[in-house]
Write a protein that binds this ligand. Structure first.
Ligand SMILES: [Zn+2]
Length: 201
């Protein structure tokens, strides 16, 4: 496959371009340095709840959120997937993704503070990227796909996960990136943010 659909605007881009031809959304890492787009809204996977504050990079993201540098969001499937009271209590503190803008739906038809213009529904395509050899995905795998779907539809900028097997290994990170879907581990995203914006780590 030589062309990939931009998950932000739907335009087809050749696999070698560094940013989307239509909306400028970065499709390669280097493009962030000179981009008019900024990495600010981050979706957290369930693996990043950090109830015990044991992950220093997630602690750092949480500090940056308090300082107003980033916005941390959880997907709508997030709470259903969590087990354990302390993790649920912690997750409830992270604001959910804003409602997706939908034409003709009362309360969601006007772009404003509480609604965002959503990206494409990338469910089926992402499922193939994440689980290429699986004919029937199980519930946990489907929840992973739904996380990315939610992340894209709500227009969030990057998805942060510790689950490297499902989201980044075996070329998955690059495959998603060609579509404008940015998936990072907490370490990767904090390193990139420090590099891009010279924030204190
Ligand atoms: Zn685009």
């Amino acid at each position: 496959m030589n062309h990939f659909e931009c998950s932000r605007c739907g335009v087809l881009n050749h696999k070698t371009v560094v940013a989307c031809a239509s909306c400028d959304w970065p499709l390669q890492l280097d493009a962030w340095k000179s981009s008019r787009h900024q990495l600010r809204r981050l979706s957290l996977d369930t693996s990043c709840v950090n109830a015990k504050q044991a992950n220093p990079q997630i602690n750092l993201l949480e500090r940056w959120a308090v300082e107003g540098r980033v916005v941390l969001e959880r997907s709508n499937v997030f709470l259903q997937e969590l087990k354990g009271h302390s993790r649920q209590a912690k997750a409830a503190l992270i604001p959910p993704h804003p409602a997706v803008w939908k034409l003709g739906i009362p309360g969601q038809s006007e772009l404003g503070i509480t609604t965002m213009l959503g990206g494409a529904d990338v469910g089926d395509e992402v499922k193939t990227v994440m689980f290429p050899t699986t004919t029937t995905v199980n519930r946990n795998q489907m929840a992973d796909v739904d996380h990315i779907r939610d992340h894209v539809m709500t227009g969030s900028h990057a998805f942060v996960t510790l689950n490297v097997n499902d989201f980044t290994r075996h070329g998955k990170q690059a495959d998603l990136r060609r579509r404008g879907i940015w998936v990072f581990t907490p370490l990767e995203v904090t390193q990139l943010l420090v590099e891009l914006y010279s924030w204190d780590a």
